[in-house]
Design a protein around this ligand. Structure first.
Ligand code: NAD
Length: 292
């Protein structure tokens, strides 16, 4: 079997096209442009690329965007003051503090300071709480991207065994909440999974992953998931982004797994573009909340 590839790049473009129309309608109705402001501390090269991609995507759909660059010597208090200013600015609808922050800062303290109604990454504890209660205000961008691609290709998780490798606050844990929830805004196929979350202390990882109908890798270890860990016919979603000298690779060994999986997301061109599209979606939603 050679897996069907799940094309996140094309889907992201389609979602952005429909978003452009929604942004236009918002501007006509409210006479305001939804705006995302990103804050970048220091010079981390990968973060600079991510922030630039997000800004370019904003431009493509007609959202306003702004980047506040703070040098690496910025103190946590200065960063908190910057967040407070953005919280108070009615022209700013979404605030994104690009992670990772310098290690001397507490990411929790900074993320907790963002107004939860402008928290387009959905990392604030209030938004995490709403998500865990099944009444989300914003969906976290990468997990939402995973839902969108499964939805687009008509792949159901309902009643299926889903195994997620990785328990981070950004990907693994919120994704487990969404897929195991009683319902989904994308319909009955994108919820009611039986979800197992694996992590670095899971013994015999391969035995668990091999039972998955849908296997999702969000680990940050290049090519960790190989064909022996995948049940023939499983759907495999690769969230990982690892920079090797040879280029970007996922957490899944693409060449071997594509021979056993039924469907597989490529890296690049899989979940990454959808993460950005979902950020734009949340920015528009934040603006709608502000003007409700
Ligand atoms: P993280 O480091 O916060 O979490 C990694 C998780 O993997 C942890 O829960 C850890 O327990 C688990 N893990 C580590 N080694 C393991 C092992 N050997 N066996 C089993 N589990 C193991 O990472 P994250 O922020 O969740 O990101 C995960 C990956 O997804 C990274 O490659 C990151 O770059 C990528 N990512 C991609 C997008 C996107 O838009 N596509 C967005 C966010 C993160």
């Amino acid at each position: 079997m050679t897996a069907q590839l799940l094309d996140g790049k094309t889907l992201a473009r389609e979602l952005q096209d429909s978003m452009r129309e929604k942004v236009d309608r918002f501007r006509q109705r409210h006479g305001a442009v939804p705006k995302l402001t990103a804050v970048l501390v220091g010079e981390d090269p990968a973060s600079q690329v991510y922030v630039r991609n997000k800004q370019q995507a904003c431009e493509r759909v007609g959202l306003a965007s702004d980047l506040i660059r703070l040098d690496a010597a910025t103190t946590e208090d200065q960063l908190l003051a910057c967040v407070m200013r953005l919280n108070a600015d009615p022209a700013v609808h979404g605030i994104l503090v690009q992670l990772p922050l310098p290690s001397r800062m507490s990411a929790n303290r900074v993320l907790d300071a963002i107004d939860p109604r402008k928290d387009v990454d959905a990392f604030h504890p209030e938004n995490v709480g709403l998500l865990s209660q099944g009444r989300p205000r914003f969906l976290p961008c990468t997990p939402h991207g995973v839902l969108q691609i499964l939805h687009r290709y008509g792949l159901s998780v309902a009643g299926k065994r889903v195994v997620i490798v990785g328990r981070s606050d950004i990907v693994g844990r919120p994704l487990s909440l969404l897929l195991g929830a009683k319902d989904s805004h994308l319909g009955p196929d994108l919820c009611n999974a039986t979800v197992t979350v694996c992590h670095s202390r899971t013994p015999d990882l391969a035995a668990v992953t091999a039972e998955a109908d849908v296997l999702i890798a969000a680990i940050g270890r290049a090519k960790l998931i190989d064909a022996r860990m995948v049940r023939p016919g499983a759907v495999v979603v690769d969230v990982g982004i690892n920079r090797l000298e040879s280029g970007l690779v996922g957490d899944v060994d693409f060449e071997s797994v594509r021979e056993v999986a039924s469907h597989l997301t490529p890296v690049p061109g899989g979940i990454g573009p959808l993460t950005v599209a979902m950020l734009l979606h949340n920015t528009l939603h934040a603006a709608e909340l502000a003007h409700a």
